[in-house]
Write a protein that binds this ligand. Structure first.
Ligand SMILES: O=C(CO)COP(=O)(O)O
Length: 159
C-alpha cells in the first residue's frame, strides 16, 4: 500500500501583501487586542480576516479593516481552514486558550492541522506573533513548499 501522504512538493508564492487571519479564544482576546495595537501600522499594510467576534473587536477597537467570517463555534475556524486549503491565506495568528476546552475543539484541531499541512506560518501566542510579524519576509513575496495536490490525486488514480 502506498504511504498516505503527498510524495511530492510544489511551491506557492506568498504575496507581498499578506492575507492574515486573526483569531483568539475569549480568554485570549484582550491579549490579541494588545498585540494587534502594538503592530497596528504593520497590520494595516496587509489584508486581515478573522473569526466573527475577534474580527469585530479588532475593527471596532483599533479601526483596522478586518473581514469577519463566522464566529468560531459557528464554523469560523473551518472557514479559515478552507481559505488555507484554497491557498487564500498566508499567515495565521491564533491565540487559542490552553486553559479552556471548547465544544468546537475538533474545529480548532482541524484548522491547526490544515495550517501544518499547507506550511502556513502560525503564531499561537504574543511572543511567537512578535517574531512572525517582525520577520522581513512579511513585507515581501516569499516562496513556501506545499504538497503537490495534483500529483497526490494522480498517484491515487493511476496506482
Ligand atoms: O472560537 C474561536 C476560534 O476557535 C474564535 O471565534 P470568535 O472570534 O467568534 O470568538
Amino acid at each position: 500500500m502506498s504511504e498516505q501522504r503527498p510524495g511530492q512538493q510544489t511551491t506557492r508564492t506568498l504575496p507581498r501583501r499578506k492575507r492574515i487571519a486573526l483569531i483568539a479564544h475569549d480568554g485570549k482576546k484582550d491579549e490579541l487586542l494588545v498585540w494587534a495595537r502594538r503592530w497596528q501600522d504593520t497590520l494595516a499594510d496587509h489584508q486581515l480576516v478573522g473569526t466573527g467576534t475577534t474580527a469585530k473587536r479588532v475593527s471596532k477597537e483599533l479601526g483596522l479593516e478586518v473581514e469577519g467570517l463566522m464566529s468560531g463555534p459557528l464554523g469560523g475556524d473551518q472557514q479559515i481552514g478552507a481559505r488555507i486549503t484554497e491557498q487564500g491565506l498566508d499567515l495565521l495568528i491564533f491565540f487559542w486558550d490552553p486553559f479552556a476546552p471548547m465544544p468546537h475543539d475538533p474545529d480548532v484541531k482541524a484548522l491547526l492541522r490544515l495550517a501544518a499541512l499547507w506550511n502556513i506560518p502560525v503564531a499561537c501566542n504574543a511572543a511567537s506573533a512578535d517574531f512572525l510579524i517582525s520577520s522581513p519576509y512579511v513585507g515581501e513575496a516569499f516562496d513556501i513548499g506545499i504538497p503537490d495536490a495534483g500529483g497526490w490525486v494522480s498517484a491515487r488514480v493511476d496506482n
